[in-house]
Design a protein around this ligand. Structure first.
Ligand code: IPE
Ligand code: IPE
Ligand code: MG
Length: 252
């Protein structure tokens, strides 16, 4: 058995993935962008299975951002159809693996043909405890924060919440991720080095791994590589590390 201090045993409890690069994967092959999305959707289950097998407890997949509505209507429609297809294809097996589905993002603005099956999957998997699969759909961290702020403000206006009593925990309890652990690791595929409005507050101390691989090529091995990179990182949470020199004075 591996000692807890051995980096190889450090498995992140919660991994978030920004699944990026479908369009460039397709463009490099002279294929339509939607073909990249289709190949990306086909690959998804391999990564979910590998995360479960490696002992990750929660995986949040950034499937569609609140800003992705800016894309052409055929691309948006195609993405939603693929999402519905992937859910239908794998729901039974994931339920057998005791996966609990959850969503973050404004589902209310999604078309019925995808919103309804997702809500059904969330309801029917409610009692599963092995693994949380969180789908970020029509999600934006800033929009989520605004919704949380409005809910706190409404309670304060109604006199049921003392504004002076608000702590980070109070705010975190109004975010859509309430009850989930903060992500330990955020992976972004395709080499882009930005968060694109994904879990901005929750990722305050997440390790970020940028994988050069486009999402349609990102499988079990690429996930293993990202987990290995995470295992080798030193997390500090504001403290000093073992070999850290004293911080330079602010005036230096
Ligand atoms: C990720 O791939 C899929 C979504 C954002 C929904 P992209 O479509 O962003 O691919 P690139 O970044 O254009 O290559
Ligand atoms: C982020 O990717 C959103 C998802 C992966 C769903 P984008 O491709 O939309 O991000 P930007 O526009 O390059 O920052
Ligand atoms: Mg992109």
């Amino acid at each position: 058995m591996t000692a807890p201090s051995d980096p190889a045993s450090r498995v992140p409890a919660h991994v978030g993935i920004i699944m990026d690069g479908n369009g460039r994967w397709a463009e490099r092959r002279g294929l339509p962008r939607l073909e990249g999305h289709r190949r990306g959707a086909e690959r998804l289950i391999e990564v979910v299975d590998a995360a479960i097998d490696r002992g990750v407890r929660c995986l949040t997949l950034y499937a569609f951002s609140a800003e992705n509505w800016r894309r052409p209507a055929e691309e948006v429609g195609g993405l939603f159809k693929l999402g519905e297809w992937v859910l239908r294809l794998h729901l039974h097996r994931l339920s057998k693996r005791k996966v609990r589905f959850r969503t973050i993002g404004d589902l209310g603005a999604m078309p019925d043909f995808i919103r309804v099956p997702i809500q059904e999957a969330v309801a029917s998997s409610r009692d599963n405890t092995a693994f949380d699969l969180v789908i970020a759909l029509n999600y934006g961290s800033r929009q989520e924060t605004v919704r949380a702020a409005k809910s706190l403000a409404a309670d304060a206006a109604a006199g049921t919440l003392d504004p002076a009593s608000i702590t980070w925990e109070t705010l975190a309890g109004r975010l859509e991720t309430a009850g989930l652990p903060d992500p330990d690791l955020i992976i972004r595929t395709s080499g882009e080095c930005r968060l694109s409005n994904f879990l901005l507050l929750q990722a305050a101390y997440a390790e970020i791994v940028i994988s050069p691989t486009f999402w349609p090529d990102f499988g079990k091995e690429a996930l293993e590589a990202a987990l290995a990179e995470y295992a080798g990182r030193e997390r500090r949470f504001g403290m000093t590390g073992g070999q850290v020199r004293p911080a330079a004075s602010p005036s230096a």
